[in-house]
Write a protein that binds this ligand. Structure first.
Ligand SMILES: *Cc1c(COP(=O)(O)O)cnc(C)c1O
Length: 320
């Protein structure tokens, strides 16, 4: 792999904040739980910035004039790619699957604000989505552009290197962390953490974004040059599927908000915290063990999800 010089797209390191009231609410000791604030990055916040620093550096080194990427209708990765493109004076084309709707603005509103072109392709599988991305890239080439296609979720070996840096920050900020809990979508975030911290300490919570998260994470860890690391992954929080809010995730969102003022998104971080809570309940995380919850961002997606309107309706009906 040739390594392009890093582009800085945010300020590092992100903070590691204590969360004593949330710790107590989950059955841990108040000093056990810390939150790695990767929601507090630039480009609207979230984990994809670390990946984009590497991916966009490679694209720029290759002479790209426009970034092309793909995701779901409320993709945080697509929104942050649009922001990175604007920052660097590049174009952005986002190929979005699912059913983008003006009634659920969220990240879509930001995509538009950032000047990205959105190509909505409807309910397609991963292979069909990739074909549509190649078609879009081909048309851009015909128009004299130099498109750089960034992978779904930014999860290539190049993108996952961004989370080696996060792992290094955590080694300095929380050297005694026994558990690092993180949401898993396309897998690059967990892979970088496993490669940098070892597989025993990292607990991934599957959000149902891809059918084979364990294989993807293991493949990316190997591509980062680390062999034999275990991949600890919980699959018990997916519910009926990606993006569908479970009762446990809704409870986790409420608890984080009301104990710490910590705002989670319904698709990734709420399920990750629900997985952390389940790990405490089943004894795989025990009181007295220092635990880091990686807040991977995603708040704009709350306003692109049906739960936002439900929360607003509820507070109007019952102001307590
Ligand atoms: C993309 C995303 C994740 C998952 O990261 P992957 O590297 O795709 O596994 C977690 N949280 C948020 C908010 C995300 O946008």
């Amino acid at each position: 792999m040739t390594v392009a010089p890093l582009l800085r797209l945010s300020a590092w390191p992100t903070p590691l904040d204590p969360a004593p009231r949330l710790a107590s609410a989950l059955g841990l000791h108040p000093g056990d739980l810390w939150v790695k604030r990767d929601d507090l990055t630039d480009l609207g916040g979230g984990n994809k910035v670390r990946k984009l620093e590497h991916l966009v550096a490679e694209a720029v080194a290759g002479g790209a004039t426009v970034l092309v990427t793909s995701g779901g209708a409320q993709s945080n990765h697509a929104r942050m790619t649009a922001a990175a493109a604007a920052r660097l004076g590049l174009g952005a084309v986002l190929v979005l699957a699912g059913t983008p709707s003006a009634e659920r603005p969220g990240n879509l509103a930001l995509d538009g604000l950032l000047g990205a072109r959105v190509v909505a392709v409807g309910d397609v599988d991963g292979a069909a989505l990739e074909r549509r991305v190649e078609e879009v890239a081909g048309r851009l080439r015909d128009d004299g552009e130099v498109p750089a296609v960034l992978p779904l979720g930014g999860s290539s070996p190049t993108g996952a290197r961004g989370y080696l840096t996060c792992a290094a920050e955590l080694r300095a900020q929380a050297p005694d962390a026994a558990h690092v809990v993180v949401a898993v979508g396309s897998g690059g975030t967990m892979a970088g953490l496993v490669a940098g911290l070892g597989g025993d300490r990292v607990l991934g919570v599957d959000t149902g974004a891809v059918p084979d998260p364990a294989e993807r994470v293991a493949g990316l860890v190997a591509a980062l040059g680390v062999s034999g690391a275990p991949v600890r992954l919980r699959h018990d929080q997916v519910g009926t599927g990606y993006g569908v809010l479970t009762a446990a995730a809704a409870a986790a969102m409420r608890t984080a908000a009301r104990t710490e003022g910590l705002l989670l998104d319904p698709v990734y971080t709420a399920k990750a915290l629900a997985g952390l809570a389940a790990a405490v309940t089943d004894g795989s995380i025990r009181p007295g063990e220092r635990t880091v919850f990686v807040h991977t961002g995603g708040l704009p997606g709350l306003f692109g999800h049906s739960v936002a309107a439900a929360l607003a309706a509820r507070v109007l009906a019952d102001p307590t």
